[in-house]
Write a protein that binds this ligand. Structure first.
Ligand code: T3D
Length: 261
């Protein structure tokens, strides 16, 4: 058994990050957030990694902040500092990571654990997993991007229902509401996510980074700004070797072999 709070495993061009405090449903301590942030930094600089999977050990994905971690939860000053200095940077890192990030939601995702799953590029959940905006249940508000992602993903009515009531919703309903990409039978989660990650790792990684950037910017852009952004980012995509390969493969009626740059 490793003592690491975030396990890092490489399989070819795919990196697997596993939150590793299973007896506490992988709730976050400051140390665990630090390890997650360090792992994401390492991956960002690693050209050999072309897809990232984030999951939890044991029966949960992540239960948000560890509510027994006094340093992080006891007073408003600590909480503000923890949100600004520990949670927000991790959310920014995931959104800005060059590689696509898949949340493999193996079990309950609550509080900041739910926000974290929603910050990933694609969320695939086990059918038995639940999403809980648990913040209100303890008198807090959704953080780690919760109030940003929720209304954008499901619309204001459902976002408010989820955030105000703090009730769990099941994976299948999360799919129907557009909160996540897919729900699969529990036993099939690992296989489904592995196949998806391998597929993403064979796609043009530089273009994927630009797609992420464009979609992220669209959240606060006007149509005019977004059209300008698309022109700029498209030009950058067109500078990649993968664009040349994609076009050549199409014209030759063969499968492209993308190298990620
Ligand atoms: O600095 C800051 O605080 C700001 C940042 C805030 C971000 C946040 O995430 S605030 C929200 C924090 N999270 C929660 O409020 C969720 C609390 N947990 C729950 O509501 C439930 O545990 C779940 C809905 C997640 C799962 O329920 P269930 O019935 O499947 O499991 P359980 O029995 O409640 O939990 C299993 C064990 O994990 C249990 O310990 P025990 O009794 O076996 O010794 C439980 O106490 C522990 N656990 C679960 N969540 C947390 C936790 N321990 C510490 N912190 C937790 N968040």
């Amino acid at each position: 058994m490793s003592d690491a709070l975030v396990l890092v495993r490489r399989e070819g061009a795919v990196a697997h990050l596993t939150l590793n405090r299973p007896d506490r449903l992988n709730s976050f301590t400051l140390a665990m957030l630090g390890e997650l942030s360090a792992a994401l930094s390492d991956l960002d600089g690693d050209d050999d990694v072309r897809a990232v999977v984030l999951t939890g050990a044991g029966r949960g994905f992540c239960a948000g902040q560890d509510l027994t971690d006094h340093e992080a939860v006891d007073d408003s000053r600590a909480i503000r500092s923890v949100v600004e200095r520990h949670y927000n940077p991790v959310v920014r890192q995931i959104r800005a990571l060059r590689q696509p990030v898949i949340a493999a939601v193996n079990g309950v995702a609550a509080g900041a654990g739910c926000s974290l799953a929603l910050s990933c590029d694609i969320a695939v959940a086990a059918a038995s997993a639940k999403f809980v905006n648990a913040f209100v249940n303890i008198g807090l508000i959704p953080d780690s991007g919760g109030t940003y992602f929720l209304p954008r993903l499901v619309g204001q009515a459902r976002a408010l229902g989820l955030a105000l009531l703090g009730e769990p919703i099941e994976a299948q309903k999360a799919v129907e509401w557009g909160l996540i990409w897919k729900a699969v039978p529990d036993a099939g989660l690992a296989g489904e996510v592995d196949a998806l990650a391998r597929r993403l790792a064979e796609l043009p990684t530089a273009a994927i980074a630009l797609i992420k950037e464009a979609i992220n910017l669209s959240g606060h852009h006007s149509l005019e700004q977004q059209l300008a952004t698309e022109a700029e980012l498209q030009a950058r995509a067109a500078e990649t070797e993968d664009y040349q390969e994609g076009r050549a493969a199409f014209l030759a009626k063969r499968k492209p072999r993308f190298i990620g740059r």
